[in-house]
Design a protein around this ligand. Structure first.
Ligand SMILES: [Zn+2]
Length: 232
C-alpha cells in the first residue's frame, strides 16, 4: 500500500539533498552576511542623519548667538565713556568682560560642532562605501548561486518528471496528505512505526492509537504531524 508513496518520497529526498548542497555553499552564507552588513550600515545612516540634523541646528544656533553677542560687544566697545561715572565705567567693563567670555565659549562650541559635522560627513561616506561593497558582494554571490542552481536544474527537473509520472499510481488521498505536509517543510512525511513510536519524532503511541494505526494502515503523529505507516 505504501510502496508507491515511499518510492515517491525517496525521489523527493534526492531533490532535497541537491537543494541542501546548494544551501551549504558559501555563496549562500555570503549573501546572508552581505545583507546583514548592508542593513547594519543603513541603520547607522539613519542614526547619523538624525545626529547630523541636530548638530547642524546647534551649529546655526551658536553662530546666530555669536553674531548677536559680537554686535552687542562692538556697540558697547564703541560707546563714548568720557562722561561715565566710575560705577558706570565698572558696569561697562563687567558687561564687556561677560560678552567677551561668552564669545570665547561660543567660538569653542562652534569649532567643536564644525569638527563634529566633518566627522559625520566622513562617517556618511564610510557607511555608503560599505553599503555599496555589500551590494557588490551580494550580487556576485547571487550570481554564483544562480549558476549553481542552473547546474542542478536538469537533475532536479528529471526527478520531478519521474515523480509526476508516479503520481497517477498513488492513492490520491495519500498523495494529497503528502503534498500538504511537505508544503510545511516537514520531511520525511511518511515514517514507519518504530517500537510503537513515531519513526519521525520518536513519540510513543498510546496503545489505542497503535491498534487504530494497525487497523487503518497509517496515522498522523500528534506531535510532528508526520504520517506513521504500518505494513501489515
Ligand atoms: Zn512524530
Amino acid at each position: 500500500m505504501f510502496e508507491q508513496i515511499l518510492a515517491y518520497q525517496n525521489l523527493d529526498s534526492k531533490i532535497i539533498k541537491l537543494k541542501r548542497e546548494l544551501e551549504k555553499d558559501p555563496a549562500k552564507q555570503n549573501i546572508n552576511n552581505a545583507m546583514a552588513i548592508a542593513k547594519d550600515f543603513q541603520n547607522k545612516l539613519v542614526e547619523l542623519d538624525s545626529f547630523a540634523s541636530k548638530t547642524l541646528a546647534d551649529f546655526e544656533k551658536n553662530k546666530k548667538r555669536y553674531a548677536e553677542a559680537y554686535k552687542d560687544f562692538d556697540k558697547l566697545n564703541k560707546q563714548d565713556v568720557s562722561n561715565f561715572s566710575s560705577d558706570q565705567l565698572n558696569e561697562q567693563i563687567d558687561k564687556l568682560n561677560s560678552l567677551s567670555s561668552e564669545l570665547g565659549s561660543l567660538e569653542r562650541s562652534i569649532s567643536a560642532l564644525a569638527d563634529s559635522i566633518s566627522n559625520i560627513l566622513k562617517n556618511f561616506e564610510y557607511c555608503k562605501q560599505n553599503i555599496m561593497s555589500s551590494k557588490q558582494k551580494f550580487m556576485e554571490n547571487k550570481q554564483r548561486l544562480s549558476q549553481l542552481e542552473e547546474k542542478i536544474a536538469p537533475q532536479v527537473n528529471a526527478i520531478k518528471k519521474q515523480m509526476q509520472d508516479m503520481e497517477k499510481d498513488i492513492d490520491p488521498k495519500i498523495l494529497a496528505k503528502y503534498k500538504s505536509i511537505r508544503q510545511d517543510k516537514i520531511f520525511p512525511v511518511f515514517v514507519p512505526l518504530n517500537n510503537n513510536s513515531c519513526g519521525g519524532c520518536s513519540m510513543s503511541l498510546a496503545s489505542a492509537s497503535t491498534s487504530k494505526l494497525k487497523d487503518i494502515g497509517y496515522l498522523e503523529c500528534e506531535q510532528c504531524r508526520r504520517y506513521i505507516y504500518f505494513e501489515k
